[in-house]
Design a protein around this ligand. Structure first.
Ligand SMILES: [Zn+2]
Length: 214
């Protein structure tokens, strides 16, 4: 909750509800104006700066010694001072014990599936890795209307949770003595329409590439 605002701040007023973001947006630079990036020239994550931009000073101190700011937000403290571009105003009706930032794990998986893979309605999608990124990718496939969403993971404990994100079938490569791409190809009459690799493993990348039909 905004306690007070500095000189020249017109977007916010005391009492506004906000979420802090460490990759802020100045709304002026080429990245902020781009539709493809929000990696702001001015307010992108910076672990070295440690001070406010306008005067190069810290707003925190203990026993007269300055304490430096942390990645533009300093949210380990009860009160903090941030650049206006490092908070996002939210609906005051939203319950503060529930709202949170869905950070890179969610936007990476969801965005890659909806904006890049773009599965068609009724299509099949394989998701490799059912961590946060993979679950978000599954959610993207579900939103896009995919009818078969095949989750691939070595850890069967993840399968139950993944159902909540739209995964309809599960494959554990450890259960087979042949490459997982062959298993998926057999399940889907030659391969899935799309696959999304969310593990970072080179072997999984190869499987993900090869499980898609020609
Ligand atoms: Zn900017």
């Amino acid at each position: 909750i905004v306690e007070s605002v500095g000189e020249g701040v017109t977007d916010l007023k005391p009492g506004d509800h906000v979420l802090p973001v460490f990759t802020g947006e100045c709304k002026e630079c080429r990245h902020c104006k781009s539709e493809e990036s929000n990696m702001c020239d001015l307010l992108r994550i910076n672990t070295d700066r440690g001070v406010m931009l306008n005067d190069g000073k810290s707003r925190f101190s203990i026993n007269g010694q300055p304490i430096f700011h942390f990645v533009g937000t300093s949210t380990f403290s009860e009160y903090t001072v941030v650049h206006v571009g490092c908070v996002a105003k939210i609906n005051p009706e939203a319950p503060l014990d529930k709202v949170c930032v869905l950070s890179c794990g969610i936007s990476t998986g969801l965005g890659a599936t909806l904006n890049v893979a773009k599965p068609k309605k009724g299509s099949s999608v394989a998701i490799f890795g059912l961590g946060a990124v993979g679950l978000a990718a599954a959610e993207g496939a579900r939103i896009a209307g995919a009818s078969r969403i095949i989750g691939v993971d070595l850890n069967p404990k993840r399968f139950e949770e993944a159902k909540k994100f739209g995964v309809t079938e599960f494959v554990n490569p450890k259960d087979y003595n042949k490459p997982v791409q062959e298993v998926i190809a057999e399940m889907t009459d030659g391969g899935v329409d799309r696959s999304v690799e969310c593990t970072g493993s080179i072997m999984a990348m190869i499987s993900a590439f090869e499980c898609v039909h020609d």
